[in-house]
Write a protein that binds this ligand. Structure first.
Ligand code: SF4
Length: 197
């Protein structure tokens, strides 16, 4: 993916436009943040805001961006990056909320803390904040927005579940989560709280 050159403000200022309207901000990150908020508030697919904002600018003004670096070829059988799966999980979570109140979809703090403890000692608990930087920052923003200030005791140590593809820091708070595939359900260990939902 091309990356914008730093310090050069694109024509019309930092902004993004699609069929839902125009978002403006003080930087690419700020536009991505506002785009994410707009999508959350309007229960739209979350997409990958920062990558979309960068693509939007670089496709219109390529001379404002560094050319993309050569892609390393990836085997078709390669498992998708966990950061991308986490974004997909957030999209499914928000899609599932269509028409319902997000505030009704949290468990209590005791349950969330218990779940977090279980994840922390689970072999499927996996680092996901590597690779695609824009995917990771998008997912982290989405998580902060969804949790709306809720924190479990071990929040800073929580990673992602490599079986479900969820961000544990958020998933432990969710009452009604996106459905699992039969393969995911079979793969979950017996101690897993998600298996029992
Ligand atoms: S398998 Fe269950 S307990 Fe383990 S990390 Fe995933 S959600 Fe947490």
């Amino acid at each position: 993916m091309a990356t914008p050159k730093s310090g050069i403000i694109p024509p019309g200022g930092y902004h993004f436009e699609d069929e839902h309207g125009r978002v403006e901000g003080s930087s690419y990150d700020d536009v991505a943040e506002q785009l994410l908020r707009f999508r959350v508030q309007n229960k739209l697919p979350l997409g990958m805001p920062l990558a979309e904002v960068v693509n939007y600018t670089c496709s219109r003004h390529p001379h404002f961006c560094h050319a993309p670096q050569a892609q390393v070829s990836v085997s078709k059988a390669a498992k998708p990056a966990l950061s991308g799966r986490v974004i997909e999980w957030y999209s499914a979570l928000y899609r599932g909320l269509r028409g319902t109140d997000v505030s009704q979809n949290y468990v209590d703090a005791g349950t969330a803390n218990q779940r977090a403890k279980t994840c922390l000692s689970c072999p499927a608990h996996t680092e996901w904040r590597t690779g695609c930087g824009s995917c990771v920052s998008s997912a982290r923003r989405i998580g902060h927005t969804y949790r709306a200030g809720r924190k479990v005791e071990y929040e800073d140590k929580l990673l992602a579940c490599d079986i479900v593809g969820h961000d544990c820091a958020t998933a432990v708070w969710v009452k009604a989560a996106p459905s699992l595939t039969p393969e995911q359900n079979d793969a979950l260990p017996s101690h897993c709280w998600r298996k029992r939902l």
